[in-house]
Design a binder for this molecule. Structure first.
Ligand code: FES
Length: 123
């Protein structure tokens, strides 16, 4: 039911944790299941230098969070803002239809973290 990529990111998630003194913090909850995800960012010269996530959620939420951190790492703020739920799911070679909503959590948490960073910069 899950692709190998999903299983890989679920069993061996990348960038787990929380950055201290983060430049941007995004936390979102999924109202349909109650799962929660938090993303913290370090930004230098408009580039995401470090990104970590913590997820209290299902396997698909862990896999999408892990993938979104890999996709955002090293990107400019503008590039990272273009990462969509769909792109994350595609990078994982697909999610079962019933699990598509889980990918919203990852891209949304990234967006909230970036918005938080921009707010702190007074942009
Ligand atoms: Fe809640 Fe997947 S079931 S994020």
């Amino acid at each position: 039911m899950y692709t190998e990529k999903v299983m890989d990111h679920f069993t061996n998630p990348r960038n787990v944790g929380e950055i201290e003194n983060a430049d941007g913090i995004g936390q979102v909850g999924n109202p349909s299941c109650g799962d929660i995800m938090k993303i913290t960012l370090k930004v230098e010269d408009n580039i995401i230098k470090d990104i970590k996530f913590k997820t209290f959620g299902c396997g698909a939420a862990v896999a999408t969070s892990s993938m979104v951190t890999e996709m955002a790492m090293g990107k400019t703020i503008d590039e990272a803002l273009t990462i969509t739920n769909k792109a994350v799911a595609e990078a994982l070679e697909g999610l079962p239809p019933a699990k598509m909503h889980c990918s919203n959590l990852a891209a949304d948490a990234l967006k909230v973290a970036i918005e938080d960073y921009l707010k702190k910069q007074n942009v």
